[in-house]
Design a protein around this ligand. Structure first.
Ligand SMILES: [Zn+2]
Length: 718
C-alpha cells in the first residue's frame, strides 16, 4: 500500500482489433475500478446438471445430504475496513458540511468482520461461478431508467385539454411548425423551433463578480400567468447552435403581456405582429438559461374559455392513455427524488418550476409530447428531456438469470444461501415467500493483528455511486460484445443485454495513497477510523446442512478461489481497500449414521485436518468443476464466468495501468493523470459522450481483455 509510484504511464494499449476501442494520441491509461463477470447460457437439465439449474430446495427437517462445519481464515492483503454502523451522526467540518466518520465493526470486544458481510462476499462469487440468478439485480418494472437525449427528439408542444376519470386525456398540439404564427414564409416548418423564444434572463446569468447571484427574470418581459399576448417579429431569426450544426430558426418574441393588456402592445412596430399563446415558464433551471418559451395557439385567439374539445380541429387533437399520464407524473417525482438528500440547492440555478410546485399533469398543463400512430406515447415538461429507456433492466437478462420468483424453482445460490421473493406474485395465492438457506455464517473474529496497530484516521477519496445509465459500460450487444461504435446504447430488449455481474478489480501491485486518500473532510467523502492493515487475520465458520457434494464443492471453490486470487470486502473497494484471501483451515463432516448408532464415539463427527484436508477439499471442488463442465459442455477453465472472475480478482499485475475512476487529465497540455481535487471526474464522461455522437467513443472492454481506457478531456480529446 505504500506504493507511491505512478505506474500509469507506458502501460500497454489495448490489443489492436478491428472491433476494439480507438487508439488515443497519448499513452495515459487507467483501469476502470469495476468490470463485469459474464454469465453463461441456460444450463442443461439432465443428470448431474440438474443440481446446477433451478429446482426445489431440499427440506430442512430431515438429513438428506452432507452436514458439518467449515472453518476459514481471512487474511487482509490490503487495508480492510468494515463499518460498525451505517447510521452514524455526522460531524460538521470547518466549512459547515456534514461529514461521516466510521469505526470498525466490533464483536465480543474485538474488531470483527460481520457475518452478513462474509456471507455477501461468498455469495457474490458463488452466484457468478454457478451461473445462478442475479439476486441483487434492481428490477425496474414499469419504472424504467431514463437517459438524457443527445439529439433533439423533436417533441411537439401541446396543452392538456381534458383528463377523464380513468386518467385518459386529450391534448391540443400547439406546433408553430405546422401552423405558423406569422407571415414568415416558413409554413413547412423546416428548421424552425416548435415554440417561440422570449429572452427572459440576463445573459450568462449566475456567476457574477462577488459570487453566484440570483437574477430574477425581467417581470416586464415575462409576466406571471400562462396565457399571453405576444408581440413577435414577423421574421424567424436564424441561429447557429453550439456544436455548429445546421442553423435552426425561431420566432423571436419582443414582448409578452396578459391578454387583458393587449392594447399596450399596439401599435405593433414595423415588421412585428401580435399573436396569442401560452407562456411555458420553467424558470432559471440551468446556469446559462436566458430564454423561456411561448407555445402559440393554433387558433390565435385570446378567448380564455375556448377551445372546448368539440371546437378543436382533428389535426391538432391527440389522445393519451392513463399509463402515459402516470409515467409523466413518475418522471416529475424522479426530479424530486434526485434532489432529496442533497445539500440545500445553490443560489443558482433554481429547480424547475414544474418540480418546485410538485406538479402533476392536469388540464391546462403545458407539455412536450411524442406522437406515434395518432397517440401521444410520452409527455415531458421540457423539449430536451430525459426519456425512458425502452425496457426495464431485468428484461436485458435471459430468463434463467432473472431473480428467482418461485419457491419450487430456485437457482443454486438461492437454494444454498436462501431466498426472499422480490416481488409479490399476483397470480399465486401461495404464501411461501422465503426459503431459509442451508448455511450459517459466524462473524469473522480477529485472531491476529499481523504485528500491526490499526491504521489511524483515513479520509477516503470520494466513492462513486453506481451509474447504470453509463450504458457503454453496463451493456453489451445482443451477441455479448462491447457496444463499440454504437452511437445510442439503450436498455432495449433484443438489441442489448446486461454485461454481467459487477466486480471490483484487485489492485494488484499495491495501493497508491494519492488515489485513496483525500486532502480534507467534506460532505462528499468519509473518514474511516481503525482500518486493519495487511496481514491481519480473522476466523469464521460456516455451518452447512443437507448439501450435495457438488454444492459443497462450489462453496469451497467460492471460498478459496484460485491460489492467485483474492476476495473484495468492506468499504473502499473501488479505491483498492478490502482485498482478502480466504483459506479453508478446517472441515468437519457429521457422520450421521454413526452418530445415531454409537452416540458415545465422538458424536459421529469426523474432523478432516492436516495433510488430508487439501485432498478432501480438492475432491469436492473437482466434483463441482466436473459438473459445471458437463452442464455447459466445456472444460471449467474455459467458461467465461470463470475466466472473468480470475481476471478481476488475480494478484498478477500483468502490466496493467493504475486503477482509478475515469477522469480527465489534471493538466491537459502534459496529459498528467494526477487525481483531481475538485471532483471533476465526471468530465471524462462528458468528453466521451461527445465522442459517442461521432461514433468514436470508448467502451469498457471485457474483463479478460481489459488493458485500460485513456484519459479524455472534457471536450473529447484523447
Ligand atoms: Zn436465485
Amino acid at each position: 500500500m505504500r506504493d507511491r509510484g505512478r505506474p500509469g504511464r507506458g502501460a500497454q494499449p489495448p490489443a489492436a482489433q478491428g472491433q476494439g476501442n480507438p487508439r488515443p494520441q497519448h499513452d495515459r491509461w487507467f483501469l476502470n475500478p469495476y468490470n463485469f463477470v459474464r454469465y453463461l447460457g441456460k444450463p442443461a437439465a439432465e443428470g448431474l446438471a440438474r443440481l446446477l439449474g433451478r429446482m426445489a430446495p431440499p427440506p430442512h427437517d430431515r438429513y438428506v445430504g452432507l452436514n458439518g462445519r467449515i472453518t476459514c481464515q481471512v487474511t487482509a492483503e490490503t487495508p480492510v475496513f468494515v463499518a460498525d454502523s451505517e447510521d452514524v451522526d455526522p460531524v460538521t467540518t470547518a466549512t459547515g458540511e456534514k461529514h461521516f466518520k466510521y469505526r470498525f465493526f466490533r464483536y465480543g470486544g474485538r474488531d470483527a468482520i460481520p457475518a452478513t458481510t462474509l456471507r455477501g462476499v461468498v455469495r457474490s462469487v458463488f452466484e457468478a461461478v454457478t451461473n445462478s440468478c442475479f439476486s441483487t439485480l434492481e428490477c425496474d418494472g414499469i419504472k424504467r431508467l431514463e437517459y438524457r437525449v443527445s439529439e433533439d427528439p423533436q417533441l411537439t408542444p401541446a396543452r392538456v385539454v381534458a383528463i377523464d376519470k380513468k386518467g385518459n386525456g386529450t391534448l391540443e398540439l400547439l406546433d408553430c411548425r405546422r401552423r405558423a404564427p406569422a407571415n414568415s414564409g416558413c409554413g413547412d416548418g423546416q428548421g424552425v423551433l416548435s415554440a417561440g423564444l422570449i429572452r427572459a434572463y440576463s445573459p450568462k446569468v449566475g456567476r457574477y463578480p462577488g459570487g453566484m447571484q440570483e437574477r430574477l427574470p425581467n417581470e416586464a418581459r415575462c409576466p406571471d400567468g400562462t396565457r399571453v399576448a405576444a408581440l413577435i417579429g414577423s421574421q424567424v431569426v436564424p441561429h447557429r447552435d453550439r456544436d455548429g450544426r445546421p442553423n435552426y430558426r425561431y420566432f423571436e418574441i419582443q414582448r409578452i403581456l396578459p391578454p387583458s393588456r393587449r392594447h399596450e402592445l399596439e401599435p405593433a412596430p414595423a415588421g412585428c405582429e401580435i399573436r396569442y399563446g401560452y407562456l411555458h415558464r420553467t424558470g432559471p433551471n440551468i446556469e446559462r438559461k436566458h430564454d423561456e418559451r411561448v407555445f402559440f395557439r393554433w387558433d390565435d385567439n385570446d378567448d380564455p374559455e375556448r377551445p372546448a374539445i368539440e371546437g378543436i380541429p382533428e389535426d391538432v387533437i391527440v389522445p393519451f392513455a392513463n399509463p402515459v399520464r402516470e409515467e409523466y407524473n413518475r418522471h416529475i417525482r424522479g426530479y424530486l427524488e434526485r434532489r432529496e438528500g442533497r445539500e440545500a440547492p445553490a443560489a443558482w440555478p433554481k429547480p424547475s418550476s414544474f418540480v418546485a410546485g410538485g406538479h402533476e399533469l392536469r388540464p391546462g398543463s403545458l407539455v412536450y409530447c411524442k406522437v406515434e400512430g395518432g397517440q401521444a406515447t410520452c409527455l415531458r415538461p421540457v423539449s430536451l428531456p430525459r426519456l425512458p429507456h425502452d425496457s426495464p433492466r431485468e428484461k436485458l437478462l435471459p430468463e434463467h438469470l432473472r431473480p428467482c420468483e418461485r419457491p419450487k424453482e430456485l437457482c443454486p445460490a438461492c437454494r444454498l444461501f436462501g431466498w426472499v421473493r422480490g416481488s409479490p406474485d399476483p397470480s399465486s395465492k401461495k404464501t411461501q415467500v422465503a426459503y431459509a438457506g442451508r448455511l450459517r455464517f459466524s462473524h469473522g473474529r480477529m485472531v491476529s493483528e499481523g504485528g500491526k496497530e490499526p491504521l489511524e484516521e483515513i479520509i477516503l477519496a470520494i466513492l462513486g455511486e453506481p451509474k447504470p445509465t453509463t450504458t457503454p459500460f453496463y451493456l453489451a450487444t445482443s451477441g455479448g460484445q462491447p457496444p463499440y461504435r454504437d452511437k445510442d446504447v439503450l436498455y432495449k430488449e433484443g438489441a442489448y443485454r446486461l454485461r454481467g455481474r459487477k466486480f471490483y478489480y484487485h489492485h494488484a501491485g499495491g495501493l497508491n495513497e494519492l488515489e485513496y486518500k483525500a486532502q480534507a473532510a467534506n460532505g462528499m467523502n468519509r473518514t474511516i477510523c481503525g482500518a486493519r492493515d495487511t496481514g491481519t487475520t480473522f476466523e469464521f465458520t460456516i455451518d452447512f446442512h443437507n448439501l450435495s457434494a457438488i454444492e459443497l464443492g462450489a462453496l469451497l471453490w467460492s471460498l478459496q478461489l484460485d491460489k492467485n486470487c483474492v476476495h473484495r470486502l468492506g468499504l473502499g473497494k473501488p479505491l483498492g481497500l478490502g482485498s482478502v484471501s480466504i483459506a479453508v483451515a478446517g472441515l468437519r463432516l457429521l457422520r450421521l449414521r454413526e452418530r445415531y448408532v454409537e452416540l458415545s464415539a465422538g458424536g459421529g463427527e469426523e474432523a478432516v485436518a492436516g495433510d488430508a484436508l487439501p485432498t478432501v477439499v480438492q475432491d469436492y471442488v473437482s466434483a463441482f468443476t466436473a459438473a459445471m463442465a458437463q452442464t455447459y459442455g466445456r472444460p471449467f477453465d474455459e467458461l467465461e464466468n470463470v475466466r472473468d472472475l480470475r481476471a478481476m480478482l488475480t494478484r498478477e499485475r500483468r502490466g496493467r495501468p493504475l486503477i482509478h475512476y475515469p477522469r480527465p487529465p489534471s493538466d491537459e497540455a502534459k496529459w498528467s493523470d494526477a487525481p483531481l481535487p475538485d471532483g471533476r471526474n465526471y468530465e471524462w464522461f462528458v468528453g466521451n459522450k461527445r465522442r459517442q455522437r461521432r461514433g468514436n467513443h470508448y467502451v469498457l472492454p471485457p474483463a479478460e481483455d481489459d488493458k485500460g481506457l485513456p484519459l479524455i478531456t472534457r471536450d473529447g480529446r484523447d
